[in-house]
Structure formats: structure tokens, C-alpha cells
Design a protein around this ligand. Structure first.
Ligand SMILES: [Fe+2]
Length: 193
């Protein structure tokens, strides 16, 4: 969990924007790469980055949106539906031969879905959170988000629950998840207090 320390003091929006930038750059690299060896390294990284981002958003970002932003429920539901589509695509792609025609075709679809999702969040969700949530709370939520990412599953589980705590518990290392879950819960308690 080295990342949890280096992210200290950074607010939720900063961390989310950084994740989006990283995912966009990885998608570009994968798109440009004609080399299967590169794809074999880049694609698992993309899967891990997208899945941990998605799970942590469902645990931290959407509950905050629902609680503190007017109209947040509808915004959150639309974003969860987009993430579900990306997760199903990722699950299918993990079973394909990396670099095959089918893989490339799904990659285009995935890229469209991820860019669309990121654009909606950057245009609607982040400004709404900035307007509705105090800077102190956004910092604490940043900590909670970092912990949630560190304990999130790293592969897609499209049939797993899309909300906390169900999606935290699908990870294989239950003992580690339990310890991290306690840390996450204590941060969430601070946010709620
Ligand atoms: Fe996102």
C-alpha cells in the first residue's frame, strides 16, 4: 500500500483526474502498439487501473455525490451504468487472444466507453463535487479513495455487487481486505462525522 502514503494530502478530484489521464495514456499506447509483447504488459496494467478506479469510485465518489450533491443520484446511476459496460467489455477481453482482430475491435469499443465516461465525470461530476463538498472533506475522501483502490479487486467481476461493501469483499485475499476494510471504514466514519 505504498501509494496510500504518497497520496496523503491530495484531494479526491486531483486523484481522479490523475487516474483518468493515466488511463487515457495507456489506452493510446495500447492502441498504437503493434507488438504483442508490449500488449501483454500494457493490457493487464490497464485492466488493473480501470477496475480499481471503478470499484473505488463506486465506494467513495458516488456515495459522496448521492449524499451531498443535488441531483447526485441520477448522475451516479448514469456513471455506474457506463462503468458496468466497460467492466463487461474488460471481462470479455481478458478471455481473448491479446492482439487478435476481435481484441482490437473490443479495444476500440472500450476506448470509446472509457473516454465517454471520463468526459462525463470531468464535465459534470467533478464540478458538482467541488461545488457541493468542502475542501477538507474532499481531502479526507481522497484518503478514502486511495485506500479503496489499494484493496480493490484487480480483475473485472461484472456480476459482483456495484456498491460498498459487497464489491470490496470479492477480492481473493480476504484477510488483507479485512484489515484494509477496517482502515477504510474508519476514514469513512471521519468523513461522515
Ligand atoms: Fe472515473
Amino acid at each position: 500500500m505504498a501509494d496510500t502514503e504518497s497520496n496523503e494530502g491530495r484531494d479526491l478530484i486531483e486523484l481522479l483526474l490523475e487516474d483518468h489521464a493515466k488511463a487515457k495514456s495507456l489506452l493510446e499506447q495500447i492502441d498504437d502498439s503493434g507488438d504483442s509483447a508490449d500488449l501483454a504488459t500494457l493490457f493487464p496494467q490497464l485492466v488493473k487501473d480501470l477496475v480499481t478506479h471503478e470499484v473505488a469510485e463506486e465506494e467513495i465518489v458516488y456515495p459522496a455525490l448521492r449524499s451531498w450533491v443535488e441531483g447526485g443520484d441520477a448522475m451516479a446511476e448514469a456513471r455506474v451504468a457506463e462503468q458496468q459496460e466497460a467492466e463487461e467489455l474488460l471481462a470479455a477481453m481478458e478471455k481473448m487472444e491479446i492482439g487478435s482482430g476481435m481484441f482490437r475491435q473490443s479495444l476500440l469499443q472500450l476506448k470509446g466507453a472509457v473516454l465517454d465516461h471520463a468526459a462525463h465525470e470531468e464535465a459534470e461530476v467533478f464540478p458538482a463535487l467541488k461545488a457541493g463538498v468542502s475542501p477538507e472533506r474532499l481531502q479526507t475522501l481522497g484518503q478514502a479513495y486511495t485506500i479503496a483502490k489499494a484493496v480493490a479487486p484487480t480483475h473485472p467481476h461484472p456480476h459482483a455487487p456495484n456498491s460498498f461493501p459487497g464489491n470490496v469483499l470479492v477480492g481473493p485475499a480476504i484477510a488483507i481486505v479485512d484489515r484494509a476494510y477496517d482502515a477504510l471504514r474508519s476514514v469513512l466514519q471521519k468523513v461522515g462525522s
